[in-house]
Every structure is written in structure tokens, then in C-alpha cells.
Ligand binder design. Structure first.
Ligand code: F6R
Length: 242
């Protein structure tokens, strides 16, 4: 695992956007796995700026989602499909056909999970998967105690994660209890994992991920098992590293 400490979130976003641009120059139809939440927004902004400046052609890029809420009505602005279309797909000038994600509104949710794992494999696998990290060490929505071999499946959010995400909704009551998330085993199949963590609130989770033992109690520690994992942290998120 490679750990890169940057001064702030903007620099982290710039660094990772450049890695994504370099990948797209090598492989124009790369499958880019994206995360939602606040942390990756500087990455998406920096990548869109590069595309607008003509520094990279993203017109053949393919985008896939890491996770999705269960039970939000179609088109809800905080469904991760809506977020990814708004924050990633549209700014890169891509169409909805370049994008795939799990169906959180499916009647048979487990079938939708299995179909998503198959779709990722049929698309040739994820070339670069962006990850954020929860304050409890989750990646995707693999909360502590998730199996390190898990596949895409339905998970129940912890109260702490629902409280962390309540800022995107009008009230805590509106935050869904369930999600579909790529499993840790699914995530580990991506060819390159890039985790960005910013802010002091992530410092403990980062220290456990990077310096602690590999443990299902800290799902992000599974990155230690991956042959090509990069953890980019700002100085605040690095503050508890030894
Ligand atoms: C979102 C996701 C989550 C977030 C994590 C951090 O798709 O998979 O693991 O990355 O909850 O969220 P932020 O960046 O909002 O602190």
C-alpha cells in the first residue's frame, strides 16, 4: 500500500484526477469506479477541469457506482445514481449510457446485487476504483464486521453512518436504513484502488487502515491485501499516523 500525504483536499483531488487522466490517456474506455459523499468532490471537479481544458479526452470513459441507497424513489436527488450523474457523468460530458450502478429500487434486491457483480465482470472489471472512508472505517457501505470476501449485497447502515450522512437529507429520519454495496471482495477485484481521506474526523480510521492489522472490524484495512492500493490523505487525516 502506498500512502501519499498532501497538504489539503484540493491537492488530493488534483493528484487523483491526474492519475485518472493518465489512465484515460492509456486506456480511453477505462472503467472508473466512483464513490459518493463529500470527499471525492475535489477529484471530480479537477477531472472535469482537465477535460474542459482539453488535457484529457474522457469521451469514452465508463463510470460505475460503488453503492446505492435502498428505497429512495427513482430520481431522488440524493440517490447515488442521481449524485453520480450530477457530479461525475454530466460534468465529464458523458451520457447516462456510459454509467452503471446497482438498482436500489429493484423488487428482488439480491438478484439486483448478483446482476451488478456480473455486469462489472462482463464490463472487463474496474480499472480504477475511488474510495472514501467512513469514520468507522467502512469502504463502500461495508460496515465493520463485513466479510473481507463479501460480494455485492444488501447491508444495514449503522446509526453512526446514518448520522454522518444526515447532512444530505432534511432530517435523520429520511436517511435510508439499507443500501446495496459492492462487497469488499468485489472492491478488491479492481485493478487499482485509490482511497482519499480528508479532515481530522478521518484520522483514527486512516491510522487503523494503514497501520493496524487487517481486520473485518476496520473494512478499509483490506486495502493492505491489494497489490495496487494508494491511500491519499491530507495532513489532518494523516495526523494520527506514527
Ligand atoms: C459513498 C461511500 C462511502 C463514503 C464514506 C465517506 O459512495 O461509499 O464509503 O465514501 O462514507 O463519506 P464522506 O466522503 O462524505 O465523508
Amino acid at each position: 500500500m502506498e500512502v501519499v500525504i498532501v497538504p489539503d483536499a484540493k491537492e488530493g483531488g488534483e493528484l487523483i484526477a491526474e492519475a485518472m487522466a493518465a489512465l484515460l490517456r492509456r486506456k480511453p474506455d477505462a472503467l472508473l469506479g466512483v464513490a459518493t459523499g463529500s470527499t471525492p468532490l475535489p477529484i471530480y471537479e479537477a477531472l472535469a477541469n482537465k477535460v474542459a481544458a482539453g488535457a484529457v479526452d474522457a469521451s469514452r470513459a465508463r463510470i460505475c457506482q460503488l453503492d446505492e441507497y435502498v428505497g429512495l424513489p427513482a430520481g431522488h436527488p440524493e440517490s447515488y445514481r442521481s449524485v453520480v450523474l450530477r457530479e461525475v457523468v454530466a460534468p465529464l460530458g458523458l451520457g447516462a449510457d456510459s454509467f452503471m450502478g446497482p438498482d436500489g429500487a429493484a423488487e428482488d434486491l439480491q438478484a439486483a446485487c448478483d446482476a451488478y457483480d456480473r455486469a462489472l465482470a462482463e464490463a472487463g472489471g474496474v480499472d480504477l476504483q475511488l474510495l472514501g472512508i467512513g469514520t468507522d472505517g467502512h469502504i463502500g457501505f461495508n460496515e465493520p464486521c463485513s466479510s473481507l470476501a463479501s460480494r455485492t449485497r444488501i447491508k444495514t447502515l449503522t446509526q453512526r453512518t446514518r448520522e454522518d450522512n444526515a447532512r444530505f437529507f432534511d432530517s435523520l429520519d429520511e436517511v435510508p436504513h439499507h443500501v446495496i454495496t459492492q462487497g469488499i471482495g468485489t472492491i478488491l477485484e479492481a485493478r487499482h484502488l485509490v482511497l482519499l481521506a480528508t479532515g481530522e474526523g478521518k484520522a483514527d480510521a486512516v491510522a487503523q487502515t494503514v497501520e493496524g492489522p487487517v481486520s473485518a472490524l476496520v473494512p478499509a484495512s483490506a486495502l493492505q491485501l491489494h497489490p495496487h492500493a494508494t491511500v491519499v490523505v491530507d495532513e489532518a487525516a494523516a495526523s494520527e499516523l506514527k
